[in-house]
Design a protein around this ligand. Structure first.
Ligand code: AMP
Ligand code: FE
Ligand code: FE
Ligand code: ZN
Length: 287
């Protein structure tokens, strides 16, 4: 029995509604899912209700982009409830900073000679948070690029001429705020971090001492060896090896809910382990 704990809906940069996502999870035979839209919790009630109807275990969450030293890290936060709260309140500021950033991206793309307006990007995004994949969608529609990765490679990725940074929490802030809300912070797809194996181990140990609850080991883009390696690191640190597809609908068309690129299997006991990780964790033994 398998689960998928990394999914994006129309409330951020996915293209499917929460209800569609739950229906696909059901069709894929999943027993549990987590919705993890970027910086927003508005899709959680609909997803939770649909999951309840289908008998699928549901975890509400979000995905944050945080700063870890000079690295940009993504952090999944599980069991975060919509409504007031210390982290929930910070999400408002993060969404505001996106709005400024998005205007700046439009200016930069226009300065490059592209014809694009914020209205078009907002229309592409529909509900919820506007993210770079929506800019990519407009660039595709207008024939400037053919694919989302091409839009990032040419314009939107860090270091490219349309890139504008936005406000980030630090990794330590995100972990502390998550724990203060009774939520469990987990490092998403750690392969995007520029670290060697030793830096991984020492850096992660420090984050565990702050309350990190897990690392995403079973990720679609990983080889089986990477998954086993990260799961082993989690085991050594006494934290949870989580996993998910990072499904985004049409913005990442090569990914399927549950199976990712085809070979993803996230064991369902990860959900029980995450539940258990909501309790404060004793620090990992020094080595
Ligand atoms: P934003 O949250 O607006 O900064 O956009 C980040 C999102 O863009 C990520 O969550 C991914 O969905 C997507 N993304 C980032 N880098 C790439 C890339 N190189 N190719 C395709 N999609 C990407
Ligand atoms: Fe995304
Ligand atoms: Fe991510
Ligand atoms: Zn994601």
């Amino acid at each position: 029995m398998t689960v998928d704990l990394h999914l994006h809906s129309v409330y951020s940069d996915g293209s499917d509604t929460p209800e569609d996502i739950v229906a696909q999870a059901h069709a894929a035979g999943l027993t549990g899912i987590a919705l993890t839209d970027h910086d927003i919790l508005d899709g959680l009630p609909a997803a939770a209700a649909a999951a309840r109807q289908r008998g699928i275990r549901f975890i509400g969450g979000t995905e944050l982009s945080v700063a870890w030293g000079t690295e940009a890290m993504h952090m999944l936060v599980y069991f975060l409830e919509p409504g007031p709260g210390v982290l929930q309140d910070r999400l408002v500021g993060l969404r505001d900073s996106r709005a400024h950033r998005n205007d700046e991206i439009v200016s930069r793309l226009c300065a490059l000679g592209l014809d694009i307006t914020m209205d078009e990007v907002r229309r592409e995004a529909g509900t919820g948070v506007v993210g770079r994949p929506h800019f990519a969608g407009v660039l595709i529609e207008k024939g400037y690029v053919e694919t989302v990765p091409e839009a990032f490679d040419r314009f939107l990725a860090a270091g490219r001429p349309g890139y504008v940074p936005r406000m980030r929490l630090t990794a330590a802030e995100a972990i502390t705020l998550s724990r203060d809300c009774g939520a469990v912070p987990v490092i998403a797809h750690p392969h995007t971090l520029n670290l060697n194996a030793r830096e991984f181990a020492t850096g992660f140990r420090e984050l565990v001492s702050l309350g990190l609850g897990g690392i995403e080991a079973y990720y679609g883009e990983y080889t089986p060896e990477m998954r086993t390696h990260i799961a082993q690191i989690c085991d050594d640190l006494h934290i949870v090896a989580t996993g998910g597809s990072d499904y985004h609908g049409k913005y990442k068309p090569h990914l399927r809910i549950g199976s990712g690129k085809g070979d993803l299997r996230v064991p369902d006991d990860v959900v029980d382990q995450l539940e258990a990780a909501r309790q404060p964790i004793p620090p990992a033994p020094e080595q």
